[in-house]
Design a protein around this ligand. Structure first.
Ligand SMILES: O=C(O)c1cc(=O)[nH]c(=O)n1[C@@H]1O[C@H](COP(=O)(O)O)[C@@H](O)[C@H]1O
Length: 224
């Protein structure tokens, strides 16, 4: 089985992204390319990274009216990413149309509550539920809309999986024990996230900012 570890290559520099990907390729199961990479390198950059031979997780977190999201996803179809993201809070029709627009082999996963947010942040945007309750609420919406799974923190994945046993669960905001958390707030270790039921783990800076990304990926892999 390939590794559940996906490395988030959050850099605008194609050469740097490719160099890190090539160094860690034997210790990760896929490459996540997000807004930072895509804004700088576009579709041709994604194609170039796909040539490395690992599955591509294209994380553009779409959030717009259903028609706009569907058309944006249609425009990305030739890239055939293994996984792509939309925001669950875009609502049911948007999620349904996103799934319908995606290539058959692409998993569409709905971001529930960003791992950089805590209860206080949610209250500030008018959400009175705590992050755990909010994730479960949006997971139910994502399930009803027929997408493939959700993005949530390692703190919610066990409960979400209980309600949706065959869902695909993406867990970012994972940190090796004692590692710096940066802007993340709902953080667990890679091992804990996997034990709780994560399908894949997304790890960025603990690998990409390490002096030796290969060794950092290896060290995380060894804990799984
Ligand atoms: O959709 C995501 O991948 C995502 C959702 C979320 O709630 N939190 C989150 O951190 N991410 C992404 O996961 C990666 C985490 O990076 P690090 O914090 O550097 O490990 C980044 O690329 C984020 O864009």
């Amino acid at each position: 089985m390939s590794s559940p570890l996906f490395v988030a290559l959050d850099t605008p520099e194609l050469e740097r992204a490719a160099a890190i990907a090539k160094r860690v390729r034997h210790h990760v199961g896929g490459l996540k390319l997000g807004l930072e990479f895509f804004m700088a390198n576009g579709r041709s950059g994604v194609k170039e990274m796909a040539e490395i031979g690992l599955p591509i997780f294209l994380d553009l977190k779409f959030h717009d009216i259903p028609n706009t999201v569907a058309k944006a996803i249609q425009a990305l179809r030739p890239l055939e990413p293994a996984i792509l993201t939309v925001h669950a809070s875009g609502g049911r029709a948007m999620l349904e149309d996103a799934k319908a627009a995606a290539p058959t082999g692409t998993k569409v996963v709905a971001v529930t509550t960003l791992t950089s947010l805590d209860g206080e942040d949610l209250r500030a945007i008018g959400v009175e539920r705590d992050p755990h309750e909010q994730v479960l609420r949006l997971a139910e919406l994502a399930y009803d809309a027929g997408v493939d799974g959700i993005v949530c923190s390692g703190a919610e994945v066990a409960a979400a999986k209980k309600a949706w046993p065959h869902g695909f669960f993406v867990v970012p905001g994972v940190r090796p024990a004692d590692g710096p958390v940066g802007d993340q707030k709902r953080v667990v270790t890679p091992r804990a996230a996997l034990d709780a039921g994560a399908s894949i783990l997304v790890v960025g800076r603990p690998i990409t900012q390490a002096e030796d990304p290969d060794m950092a990926a290896r060290a995380i892999e060894a804990t799984l």
